[in-house]
Design a protein around this ligand. Structure first.
Ligand code: UDP
Ligand code: MG
Length: 350
């Protein structure tokens, strides 16, 4: 079996020597062909030079089994884009994501890989932080975000799950088939499905430097996630409009009843307020409907596959022939044919 470990790296020159030493020390001892795929996400420090130097000295030592890929992005595109670029180059049967700052232990990545080895029915192992070393307000905000997101979206994400994961190639192919620009990997992993095992792990302190997340970036990342996976904000506008219109109609009806029963006066101002509120409610309702159509156009424009196939079996007509498994999930048609001559269909259903 072989393994690709993807390492997004943005200004990580000071952490990468330790990371490479730790990752190779951990994986070289295993009976495993593996590659480390580094994506330099437009670093302004000497990340790339350090990477190449460290790789050369590792290769010069001649005792390791690691292969390396270094991808340099033309500018800082963000971690999600870096992960995608890494996925496009990774060739392993199993693929993992890990940060370069030593907050995530390569040993845990190996443990996740071994778990996949031992459990063929599982396709993805996701590490979840056991305890968080974050301030109370930040923790509360994140907890609230997961609640709100899962309440609003049909795609459910597991709270506190990071993108520190190891998964099988079909999962990678499925992720690659989603070409959208605004990428929110927690949501993408949840959307493609596959059986996922959650593995708790202890997050370490960052070795050197600071986290690239600022409050502004976190808020915009969360908002992107909501917009990419839910049209709930639009529905909220629509429902508010309906409720406003209904409340207005109720009070107007009540006043009308009082006028007819007890001959109470309805002032012009009152009437004006009712008209304004009713029109406002109707307008919000119509805006919501328009928004829904736009949202659908947006979803279509993302061109996501209609569904992702996990596996597929072909049964030959002759009873004495065993069914052949067509390993699927967004694999290409030629791959499918190589695995089974009986299968005439491609594995992708979109
Ligand atoms: N990263 C990246 N591009 C960015 C920001 C971060 O590739 O624009 C990488 C970074 O080098 C690290 C990983 O993503 O390997 C996680 O970043 P960070 O440590 O800042 O995030 P945190 O651990 O605080 O969530
Ligand atoms: Mg970090």
């Amino acid at each position: 079996m072989n393994f690709s470990l993807i390492v997004p790296s943005y200004n990580e020159a000071r952490n990468l020597p330790t990371f490479i030493a730790a990752a190779t020390a951990c994986l070289d001892g295993e009976d495993l062909d593996y590659e480390l795929v580094f994506v330099d996400d437009g670093s302004s420090d000497d990340t790339s030079e350090v990477l190449k130097r460290e790789i050369e000295s590792y290769r010069a030592a001649g005792s390791g089994r690691a292969a390396f890929v270094v991808v340099e992005l033309a500018r800082n595109f963000g971690k999600e884009a870096a992960l995608h670029a890494g996925l496009e180059r990774a060739t392993g049967d199993c693929i993992g994501f890990i940060d370069a700052d030593m907050q995530q232990d390569p040993q845990v990545a190996l443990k996740m890989l071994r778990f996949l080895d031992d459990n063929p029915e599982i396709d993805c192992v996701a590490a979840v932080q056991e305890s968080r070393k974050e301030s109370l307000p930040l923790r509360a905000c994140k907890k609230l975000f997961y609640r709100v997101f899962n309440g609003m979206s049909d795609t459910r994400i597991i709270a506190d799950v990071s993108d520190f994961r190891v998964f099988r190639r079909p999962v990678a192919e499925a992720l690659l088939s989603l070409r959208e620009q605004f990428r929110f990997s927690k949501g993408l992993f949840a959307w493609v499905g596959f059986s996922t095992h959650v593995m708790p792990y202890q997050v370490h302190e960052r070795l050197s430097g600071k986290s690239k997340w600022t409050v502004r970036k976190l808020v915009s990342y969360g908002w992107n996630g909501v917009l990419a996976f839910s049209t709930w904000p639009l529905k909220l506008v629509m429902y508010t409009g309906v409720i406003l219109a209904l409340i207005t109609l109720f009070f107007f009806g009540w006043d009308l009843f009082e006028k007819m029963a007890y001959n109470y006066d309805i002032s012009t101002t009152q009437l004006l307020v009712y008209v304004v509120l009713l029109m406002g409610g109707i307008q919000m309702f119509v805006l919501g409907i328009l928004g829904e159509y736009m949202a659908r156009a947006y979803i279509e424009a993302k061109n996501r596959p209609v569904c992702i196939v996990r596996s597929e079996y072909a049964f030959a007509a002759a009873a004495n022939q065993a069914p052949s498994k067509v390993r699927a999930s967004a694999s290409t048609a030629s791959e499918t044919e190589a695995l089974s001559d009986d299968a005439g269909t491609g594995a992708r259903c979109a």
